[in-house]
Design a protein around this ligand. Sequence first.
Ligand code: GCO
Ligand code: MG
Length: 413
Amino acid sequence: MTIENVTVNVTSPGRNFVTLKIVTSDGIVGWGDATLNGRELSVASYLDDHLASILIGRDEDRIEDTWQYLYRSPYWRRGPVTMAAIAAVDMALWDIKAKKAGVPLYQLLGGASRDGIRAYCHASGGDYAALKDAITGYVESGFTAVRVQTGVPGLGQIYGVATNKPGAKYDYEPAKRAADGTAATAPTEEVWDTNAYLAHMPGVFESIRADFGTDLRILHDGHHRMSPIEAARFAKDVEPYRLFWLEDCTPGEDQTALRLVRQHSTTPLAIGEVFNTVFDYQTLITERLIDYVRSAVTHTGGITAMKKLLDFAAIYGIKSGIHGPTDISPVGMAAALHLDLAIHNFGIQEYMPHSETTLDVFQTSFTFERGFLHPGDTPGLGVELDEEAASAFEYTKAYLPANRLTDGTVHDW
Ligand code: GCO
Ligand code: MG
């Protein structure tokens, strides 16, 4: 059989998503996530304008060959747009292969290596009282691992901290529309002060340990904002609070920056959500500078590439921590869960539940119970996009915020 039809769906049920649909000549449908937060239409164009016609007539079973063809044959390689487009094709082909075999995808990846996938959620609050309230809510709902982000005295709204009042909802949305819900025209800007942050955070972790004990897994995201020496000091300062990981402490493109952090501390390090190939990790993995690989299946070329990356990491004792915010669609999330269940070097899975509006459009078979996720046993990835429901939600431009230091200097993400 061959690939007969390739279409790109752009929809915005609460937030923007780009989904690839591949249909084979015998009518099997495969779905792939191509959502690149704040740059969605670039990937939609890459798929529509450059890849769709190449795929028509190809044998849908030749997943490895198709991946290599899409990655190696063009003159231009890598980059988030290209790798998100390749990821969507790859996921859709694995979805088709598993549907044809009549098994959930994890069976084709070697079968389950565990019964459930430990998930971490996002708890945040403008001050410690709100953060504590959020953590308490998540612990009571069964989470055994919590990412904590909080406001810093003297600074206003900070990325990763919910604006919602405590007791309502503790998550934040990683991209912003205009205040009235219509399309944004530019990113909002936030003010950042690394010194104030470094002075404030150790006390927050101390309070969390005092209030929640030693069992709770605590994670924290630095969002690439520290210099190498600042990150080294921070990682050392928070050692007594035994973080599960410190994520993205330095800018992602400088792999050697983490050498300095590693020399000074035993706080476990995670990085990679902005990476898109195994080459972004070459130094980090071979020199054992990190403990967790944070890539998204959606931004790293799909299941084929992610499996190889994680197998490479396994040789060095490095585990997975696959990216799972709301800007990864339920299709991309399902791809992560099948990998999580199958690989041996699973670490933890990020889980930021999608809104009900999103889940009305994407029908999912994955489950979450008492802190653990499972992809379900529906053949394929286990997610179907309801195109009719999706058509009611028009694409609405939204941006991740930018940030500047207190003197107005543009700062790192
Ligand atoms: C995380 C993140 C996200 C990203 C977002 C970018 O989940 O760890 O840092 O909030 O910033 O996915 O699109
Ligand atoms: Mg992150």
